[in-house]
Design a protein around this ligand. Structure first.
Ligand code: BT5
Length: 236
């Protein structure tokens, strides 16, 4: 079972950057950087992550000795943990669903962001969860736990997340990515769901088929089967 050592900050640029710094100083597996707000929270591809006080922003140092191609597995583990944690705080009729690669949706709105980065031989797992504050000016639907009828505090969300993450890391150590893949598929869009995948300036439309055993997305298009290893997915 991973033991977490949480370090609290009032404000940082990005918790991932602070975790990179601590990892380079040798901070151990399970070190957690938690900030009340971020001034330059990051998404993938240098996008911004809106980070006012009232939501959860943390980054976890993981020392797992994984070969780099398997780093993607951590994003799926994190998405399952976020979904479990959020569901402990939502009304029973609200579910957290998953969208490839690492999106967690409630009421079809993005409620969390996950960013996995490598520094030397450590991974930095950055997770943001919207507890109270929905960001302005985002081009798609977003959700918060409280706005979805949930009862939550930031520290309570952190505790639920770390407990769920420890559990899914255990499952992964014991049963491998095969078990993570099956659990992820059970909470994701069903096969046949129309998806639009954007990779840079290229867009593919098709129907969700499956997730490969390395985490890649398989979609069926009118021109045949396509494999995506990176990109943004929307419902078409
Ligand atoms: C992500 O990127 O979803 C990963 C975000 C990771 C954030 C965490 S917070 C703790 C740690 N420290 C960091 O600096 N980062 C991590 P991506 O899939 O690229 O989505 C980014 C897009 O989400 C933006 O371009 C906006 O459209 C939208 N967005 C920004 N803030 C949001 C928010 N609070 N809730 C929902 N959507 C948001």
């Amino acid at each position: 079972m991973t033991a977490f050592d949480v370090r609290n900050y009032d404000s940082v640029g990005s918790t991932n950057d602070e975790a990179v710094r601590l990892a380079q100083e040798g901070a151990p597996h399970g070190t957690v950087v938690h900030a009340d707000k971020q001034t330059v929270g990051r998404g993938r591809l240098s996008r911004r992550w809106s980070s006012p006080p009232g939501n959860l922003y943390l980054s976890i140092i993981l020392r797992l000795n994984l070969p780099a191609p398997r780093n993607v597995e951590i994003g799926f583990i994190a998405a399952l943990a976020v979904a479990d944690a959020i569901e402990t705080m939502l009304p029973r009729q609200e579910r957290a669903t998953l969208k490839w690669p690492n999106d967690v949706l409630v009421r079809n709105g993005k409620i969390s962001g996950i960013l996995v980065e490598q520094v030397d031989d450590a991974l930095i797992l950055g997770i943001g969860i919207n507890v109270l504050m929905a960001p302005d000016g985002v081009s798609y639907n977003v959700s918060t736990i409280v706005g979805s009828g949930g009862l939550a505090t930031v520290d309570g969300t952190r505790a639920a997340l770390l407990a769920a993450l420890a559990n899914w890391l255990d499952v992964w150590h014991r049963d491998g990515f095969a078990a993570i893949r099956i659990a992820w598929l059970a909470r994701a869009h069903p096969p046949g769901t129309p998806l639009r995948v954007t990779m840079g300036d290229r867009t593919i439309e098709g129907r969700f088929a499956d997730i490969r055993d390395d985490g890649a997305l398989i979609i069926d298009t009118d021109e045949g089967r396509r494999i995506c290893t990176a990109g943004d997915v929307g419902f078409a």
